[in-house]
Design a protein around this ligand. Structure first.
Ligand code: URA
Ligand code: SF4
Length: 209
């Protein structure tokens, strides 16, 4: 598998990206997923949110963050004083990875080479959306940008420069890391974890002034 590069259009726009990702054979994840899920939201946008990969609902509907994690995310955005409609949302990996358990499809995190294979799509979206601030939701998104040493617990809530060597972005964004909304949903201290997610989103909002 060659990575997504060969499938990225030369002159990308939102519509071209959405159709091109359906042709992608950059890694093996296209084999079992229903469809590729490109990011969604205004272009350009000052704030971009980056998750891990589409979930079950996203895979069926073809849009990011439309399932339970997305609903929690929109609630957290609202509590942080951010209009969800003004934000571009995407994932580091565009196809759903899962294992079957009876009739159910259980989320399985993508592995490092799959994240690396999918990176050209994310860099292309960044070039198109040109966000000032990127919120990295969870360890997979953080490691995609900062490498395998990244830890949510140590990094979260602290504005951090985009790594110079990653992509050739004209105006690299500042990142703020946080927990993934799915982990908040699974948490036994959901209220506290939701409050921490909201606090990190407030940091992102304040960076935008
Ligand atoms: N989790 C993610 O990381 N992204 C989605 O789009 C949905 C759930
Ligand atoms: Fe291409 Fe990414 Fe899908 Fe892999 S996960 S096939 S690299 S779009």
């Amino acid at each position: 598998y060659p990575g997504a590069g060969p499938w990225v259009p030369d002159e990308p726009d939102e519509d071209r990206l959405r159709s091109a990702v359906q042709e992608c054979r950059g890694c093996d994840l296209y084999l079992d997923a229903t469809q590729g899920v490109m990011g969604d939201g205004p272009v350009p946008a000052r704030l971009m949110l980056v998750g891990e990969q589409p979930g079950d609902q996203e895979d069926k509907q073809g849009l990011p963050f439309v399932g339970p994690a997305g609903r929690l995310l929109d609630r957290a955005l609202g509590e942080a004083g951010i209009d969800p409609a003004g934000v571009y949302k995407t994932n580091v990996v565009k196809h759903f990875r899962f294992k079957r358990d009876g009739g159910k499809r259980i989320h399985k995190s993508p592995v490092r080479w799959q994240v690396a294979a999918c990176e050209p799509w994310l860099l292309t979206e960044l070039g198109l959306v040109r966000p000032e601030v990127v919120v990295l939701l969870g360890a997979t998104a953080g490691q995609a940008v900062y490498g395998s040493g990244f830890r949510v617990g140590a990094a979260r809530g602290t504005p951090t420069p985009w790594p110079e060597q990653l992509g050739s972005l004209e105006a690299p964004p500042t990142t703020v890391a946080s927990a993934h909304p799915s982990s908040v949903l699974r948490s036994r201290q959901r209220d506290a974890d939701l409050a921490a997610l909201v606090a990190d989103l407030v940091v992102a909002r304040e960076l935008l002034g």
